[in-house]
Write a protein that binds this ligand. Structure first.
Ligand code: GDP
Ligand code: MG
Length: 437
């Protein structure tokens, strides 16, 4: 899927202007990408409409290429929809009461444990876990075991006392025992029903939670919209947690949750272990949903350091066949400025499969190349064909390398000249080939 996106990106790249026609194709692919990422179809529809409007209104005459403009707009739109900034728990009141709600199996109990651990370790809190799921005996035991593992107190009354009674007693217990955070692990159902919602509403009325976190399994699919809608309608949730993102899910559910509820997504679950929890970063999730690696940050990075005029000059020389050794060195420097080469390659979608590049080797080669080229006269750099044995001897002495080293460099120069001729159309902004060689 991300490959298809890249394909249509490639088609747009290199075209002079962003027309409605080529935009449509791009947006069709993005629409498919979003649907395949399990974003709700209604959400997708609105997203595409917004993006199109923005893209068509944009000036693409700047230094950016049309394809980059589209990616950036799509990405920025996604980030905005996902919430732009990281949103942490509201821990301002004492005690802080956090109520965990969600369908059965979504990860409420596990996430309660994860958050308790996080608050104890990173925020020096003294949390109390409350077992308010009385419908499955195993649920109480599960929380008790978690508490023992984490060395965090658990308040439980077995399964014979009503949930309302349990949370009420838990509040008193917490204040007597100086717990500053109370995490309430509530019951779930396989499907939403009125009795459950009523019980949750009662609990809410008793404990007055500062946070009601809806826990959603990222693998829920299109139904995520209904889940988010009903929980929000009944309880006015304050945040969401998207679990099981360690699996195949592209995380499209995050968009649907945001679209329906507008509450921030506060955490993501990334595994069964109790430290497998992370804050929610909208930009990372946008990348994940689009399946594009860090393509946008690459675009921005390239834009930052690349001197387009210099590049265009080099391009002109290449076209006229006057591409010389100093041009090659200049290019090597430009690429080097972007940071370790292996990092750059990793940011390009589809690249992680490439063999590892050894940056140390690259550095050594660059130094060697520099020392040799700097020992040449300008004339020699522009036109290496004049390098006879006598000149090579002189250069070798100057830079402390052997004539064999110089010959190797010249061979490499010829090869890269040849290669560039074949590739023909490098993207002048990124310096990267627009087509796979
Ligand atoms: P609850 O019914 O909502 O309380 O859900 P549980 O906390 O009992 O979790 C249900 C199952 O999902 C358990 O097997 C958990 O180990 C698993 N689980 C919870 N969160 C994650 C997660 O982020 N990643 C993975 N892989 N599994 C998770
Ligand atoms: Mg549970």
């Amino acid at each position: 899927l991300s490959e298809r996106l890249q394909e249509s990106l490639k088609k747009i790249r290199g075209q002079a202007t962003l027309t409605e026609e080529n935009m449509d194709e791009m947006l069709r692919e993005i629409r498919l990408a979003l649907l395949e990422a399990d974003v709700n179809f209604q959400v997708v529809k609105e997203f595409i409409a917004n993006t199109k409007e923005k893209a068509l209104g944009q000036d693409v005459l700047g230094s950016l290429k049309p394809g980059q403009v589209v990616v950036k707009i799509v990405h920025d739109e996604l980030v905005e929809l996902l919430g732009t900034t990281v949103s942490e728990l509201d821990l301002s009141s004492k005690p802080t009461v956090i109520m965990m709600v969600g369908l059965q199996g979504s990860g409420k109990t596990t996430t309660s444990g994860k958050i308790a651990k996080l608050l104890a370790q990173k925020y020096s809190k003294n949390p109390l876990l409350v077992a308010a799921d009385i419908y499955r005996p195993a649920a109480v035991d599960q929380l008790k075991t978690l508490g023992e593992q984490l060395d965090i107190s658990v308040f439980e009354k077995g399964t014979d006392v009503k949930a309302e009674q349990i949370v009420s007693e838990a509040m008193t217990y917490a204040s007597q025992n100086h717990h500053d955070v109370i995490l309430i692990d509530t019951a779930g159902r396989l499907h939403i029903d009125e009795p459950l919602m009523n019980e949750l509403q009662n609990i809410k009325d008793i404990v007055h939670p500062n946070e009601i976190l809806l826990v959603v399994d990222a693998l829920t699919g299109q139904d995520i919209v209904n889940v988010a809608q009903s929980f929000h309608d009944h309880l006015q949730i304050t945040g969401a947690v998207l679990t099981k993102l360690d699996g195949d899910s592209r995380g499209g559910g995050a968009l649907s949750i945001r679209h329906i509820t507008h509450v921030p997504i506060k955490f993501i679950g990334t595994g069964e272990k109790l430290d497998a929890i992370d804050l929610f970063y909208p930009d990372r999730m946008a990348d994940r949903i689009l399946g594009m690696g860090d393509v946008v940050s690459l675009v921005e990075k390239v834009q930052d350091v690349y001197d387009e005029k210099e590049t265009m000059k080099t391009f002109e020389r290449m076209k006229r066949g006057t591409f010389g050794l100093d041009d090659m060195l200049e290019q090597m420097h430009q690429v080097r400025k972007l940071g370790p080469l292996s990092g750059i390659l990793k940011m390009i979608p589809g690249m992680p499969k490439m063999p590892q590049i050894n940056d140390e080797d690259t550095d050594k080669k660059l130094k060697m190349t520099e020392s040799i080229i700097y020992s040449m006269t300008l004339e020699e750099r522009r036109d290496p064909s004049i390098l006879n044995a006598k000149r090579k001897e002189r250069i070798a002495k100057g830079c402390g390398r052997s004539v064999a080293d110089i010959n190797r460099l010249l061979k490499q120069f010829e090869a890269s000249k040849q290669m560039m001729k074949q590739m023909g159309n490098l993207d002048p902004t990124t310096g990267l080939p627009t087509q796979k060689p």
